[in-house]
Design a binder for this molecule. Structure first.
Ligand code: TRP
Ligand code: ZN
Length: 892
């Protein structure tokens, strides 16, 4: 294991490699008790290397047993090289040479799930970011691009299917019931894109004809029992392939594209060249076992990994500081794909919801980093929401600034110019500048400065001059090692509505734009700026940040009536939803203050009831509006968003007040909620399409309101839905509805559904994971007992990341009142789990830690206990680099 020793890697220290590897030839002999890896690597001194760099060869290697090494055919004596924990060093090598290594590894014992490991009955690999060095000695860095051939030998009965990147070139039999297969990847690639799979797998096959008429063979490999869960991913893949041709002009390059589903996987999926490996939860689905949400996620992830073939594989990253180059761009691409496949507005709302709870929190915590970081200790810790989601927002802003045509010109030029190269963020931005003529100098601060900019906006209407002045002030709080921030360039998409809710044609002093437009982008670039709107005949209501045009926080002192007007009349889906969130926030804030004062009076502003009433009316009468949009308008801000917005989080106040308001609304509007439920209920066969997903979403949203009323007739309704459901979306929603209600009256139904659900689905591990996570994520103060007993359940396995996430992760991340109990039990629990997982799987241990890193957001008493839990982790022997980095930064 890589141990702490807190060494920091800096971008400023980047040096081109002294050697490059033109050819990589690998042979794997897979056995149950060991795997033998032989490599033949063809090296050449890098013409771009610093002239003064000596011919010393330093190869990365981790946990390897080196059996033999030879250079140009001569076996090297151990005295002529040095092996350390993390490297093989040969002090003097020629300018070009061939190196052969034989190493022995133990995939069957590899629980870190990096490098070559066993997922139950199959062998598979995960090499990004630095897993290849756990397979063989190599220059394991993304700027070393090599051609690869792979030979795999294994038992024929246990592992009839042997896969690697590229095209299969040959196969044959060996003695002792073994066989071999060879693969050749014609595209040069860095080691992080290498993959190998061996198992008793079956495939679903299809094909796709590319725009130039080439037929590509598509295969999804799974265990036989899962063959009935591949169709959706296959059709998503074909849609993604077509979309990338239509929207980006990108054609697939190999004759074969394979996806493999594995049960033990650290993240969602991996874009290995021609052989994507997926967490089974991100690829397998059918209506009986998977929710609509799972289908949507699969569609997005299949597309994401496929899109990497260009944004990541053909054009790759020079070093891991450039990670956003492939991830931010690819997330932007998959988000646009999903928007085109479903509802654009609802997709955007969901992205924003995620970004501003999870990413904004990261940006405000001890691990805050810019989209292009300057340093790291463990790169695995930097696969973050900042790199992925904020990275995508930064690409989105550029796409919007350039407009669709120029942006397409820019991406065409980027793919053409850098094809087969390992490049930097700067190469991307320069290309965009070049095609557009824009100066993105100030814009680049989005890459370099961490933290979320805050916009304070005020509006002043001057009757005498018929003008409306928006004053915009921007600021950004300090983040670790960045105390002072320069102003960002912020595209602020703005409109004005008159008191009747109609859009006003905009004229802004000094801003050039289409004279007839009612929507324009204000260029916010200074610490403080005035924007003067002319010819405004009545006091308007501004609509700010339409489409969430920049990843910022924004405050404008709206009155509640103004927010109601926006909810009624604003056309932009995001802005309309945001108005509803703001209105709820104002009401919740008042209630939280009352709760904190122990006041018995709980006055709810009736305007929120009126606002919900009109949304429910729209659901009943207006068949044109998107039901998923309406469902979103009925959601109160999440507990995590409420926490994000306060300086010192009062977990109990947030939880109880939000629950109180939910019940209050349910009570006041009970008959309407029921009417919407009935209008949305349908016994028809399950279909996955945008309309049907939206209908189920709205139905299950109102069901949750009814469930909090504690009435026998609604328990009957829930039970009825559970029993008659013909799909997982509806049956799990029924289960969730009873789980979210902890009353005594519903206890017997709760137990009945929990047990019944498990009995029905105990053989489907993905469903059991949902069953775990629904129970553990249930927001309730005393849920830790359940969590602990579920950890003793036979289906729980601490070595399986999906199980860890669905039990420990679900509790610590989603159940604030349970996790933050004042006796410190939640913190102690998480520290214990992190300490156990530190040895088993450092990547998972480190990710699980996130809730403890937010200690500065809590009261002194909780902070003290969180600090103690972190210190206890820090004092653990054999701390991994992954965990050490997060814990030590959190304690600073
Ligand atoms: N590159 C992958 C993606 O975003 C994700 C990934 C990075 C990953 N590191 C990983 C997956 C480690 C599994 C394990 O598409
Ligand atoms: Zn990715």
């Amino acid at each position: 294991m890589r141990e702490a020793q807190g060494k920091t890697i800096y971008l400023k220290d980047y040096q081109p490699p002294v050697f490059i590897i033109d050819e990589t030839h690998l042979c794997f002999q897979l056995y149950e008790d060991k795997t033998l890896v032989s490599s033949r690597l063809v090296f050449r001194r890098n013409p771009q290397a610093n002239a003064g760099a000596p011919n010393e060869l330093v190869l990365d290697g981790n946990d390897l047993a080196l059996e033999k090494v030879s250079l140009d055919g001569n076996v090297l004596d151990p005295s002529s090289y040095t092996v350390t924990q993390e490297s093989l060093v040969i002090p003097q090598v020629p300018d070009s040479f061939t190196l052969e290594c034989e190493t022995r590894i133990m995939p069957q014992d590899n629980t870190s799930l990096e490098g070559l490991y066993k997922s139950r009955v199959m062998f598979c690999t995960q090499c990004e970011p630095e897993g290849f060095r756990k397979i063989t000695y190599y220059l394991d860095r993304p700027d070393v691009l090599s051609s690869f051939t792979t030979r795999i030998e294994a038992d024929k009965n246990l592992y009839p299917v042997l896969l690697s990147n590229g095209n299969k070139t040959d196969s044959g039999d060996l003695a002792e019931d073994r066989h071999w297969v060879t693969w050749e990847d014609p595209f040069k690639k860095p080691s992080y894109l290498f993959a190998l799979v061996a198992g008793n797998l079956k495939s679903v096959d299809d094909n796709f004809t590319t725009c130039s008429g080439r037929k590509v063979h598509l295969q999804i490999f799974v265990e036989e029992k899962d063959l009935d869960k591949c169709d959706f991913a296959m059709s998503s893949l074909k849609k993604a392939m077509k979309w990338d041709e239509d929207v980006y002009g990108r054609e697939y390059d190999l004759d074969i594209f394979m996806i493999v589903a594995v049960d033990d996987f650290n993240m969602g999926a991996m874009e290995n060249k021609g052989l994507n490996i997926f967490n089974s939860s991100c690829v397998l689905a059918n209506p009986a076992t998977s929710t609509d949400q799972a289908f949507q996620r699969i569609e997005g992830i299949v597309a994401h990994e496929y899109f990497h073939n260009w944004s990541g594989n053909r054009v790759t990253c020079r070093d891991w500081f450039q990670l956003r180059l492939k991830e931010g761009f690819t997330v932007y691409r998959d988000a646009e794909f999903s928007a085109d496949m479903g509802s654009r507005a609802v997709n955007r709302i969901e992205e924003v919801g995620f970004l501003r709870t999870v990413q904004f929190a990261e940006d405000a915590g001890p691990m805050a980093h810019s989209v292009r970081p300057e340093s790291y200790m463990e790169i695995s810790n930097f696969y973050t929401v900042t790199i992925y989601e904020k990275g995508a927002e930064v690409v989105r802003m550029q796409a919007n600034l350039l407009g669709p045509e120029k942006f397409r010109q820019g991406t065409d030029l980027y793919f053409e110019r850098f094809d087969g190269k390992a490049v930097t963020t700067e190469d991307f931005v320069k290309t965009m500048e070049e095609v557009s003529g824009l100066d993105l100098d100030q814009f680049r601060r989005w890459y370099f400065q961490a933290g979320t900019p805050m916009l304070e906006v005020t509006g002043d209407y001057q009757e005498e001059t018929n003008s409306f002045v928006l004053t915009v002030t921007q600021s950004c709080k300090p983040t670790p090692s960045q105390p002072l921030k320069e102003p960002f360039y912020i595209p602020l998409r703005t409109g004005l509505l008159n008191p009747a809710g109609e859009s006003i044609v905009l004229e802004v002093e000094g801003h050039e734009h289409d004279p007839a437009t009612d929507d324009l982008v204000l260029h916010v670039s200074e610490a403080q700026q005035d924007f003067v709107f002319k010819n405004v005949s009545e006091r308007p209501v501004p609509v700010l940040l339409r489409g969430f045009s920049a990843p910022v926080k924004l405050h404008y002192p709206y009155s509640r009536d103004e927010l109601m007007l926006l909810m009624q009349h604003e056309k932009d889906g995001y802005a309309r939803w945001e108005a509803s969130q703001q209105l709820s926030l104002l009401v919740l804030d008042e209630l939280i203050v009352a709760y904190q004062k122990n006041s018995r009076e709980k006055n709810v502003d009736e305007r929120i009831v009126a606002a919900f009433d009109s949304v429910l009316d729209a659901a009943l009468t207006d068949s044109a509006t998107d039901k998923a949009m309406l469902a979103n308008l009925l959601l109160l801000p999440s507990e995590s968003y409420l926490a994000e917005l306060t300086d010192v989080v009062d977990v109990d106040a947030i939880h109880f007040v939000r629950e109180f308001l939910r019940r209050y609304l349910a009570d006041k509007l009970e008959s309407k909620f029921l009417a919407v439920y009935e209008a949305c209920n349908s016994a028809e066969e399950y279909v996955f399409n945008a309309n049907e997903v939206a209908r189920r979403y709205l139905k299950n949203t109102v069901l949750n309101y009814l469930a909090c009323l504690d009435k026998p007739e609604y328990w009957a309704l829930i039970k009825g839905q559970y029993q008659s459901a013909n799909n997982m979306t509806d049956s799990s929603a029924a289960l969730r509805a009873v789980l979210n209600n902890s009353s005594e009256q519903s206890k017997s139904l709760r137990d009945e559904l929990i047990n019944g659900f498990y009995e029905t689905w105990k053989d489907e591990s993905l469903v059991v994971e949902q069953w775990f996570s629904m129970q553990c994520a249930t927001s309730s103060p005393d849920n830790l007992v359940n969590v602990k007993s579920l950890m003793a359940h036979p289906a729980f396995d601490i070595k399986n990341p999906n199980k860890v996430r669905s039990v420990i992760g679900a509790f610590c991340h989603n159940n604030a009142v349970g996790f933050h109990q004042l006796d410190g039990s939640g913190y102690k629990f998480l520290a214990d789990q992190v300490i156990a997982l530190n040895i088993i799987n450092p990547q998972i241990a480190s990710r699980l830690l996130t809730p403890l890193t937010r200690l500065k957001k809590y009261d002194p008493q909780r902070q003290e206990m969180m600090r103690a839990a972190l210190k206890r982790i820090l004092d653990t022997p054999q701390l991994s680099r992954d965990v050490f980095e997060v814990v030590s930064k959190s304690l600073q």
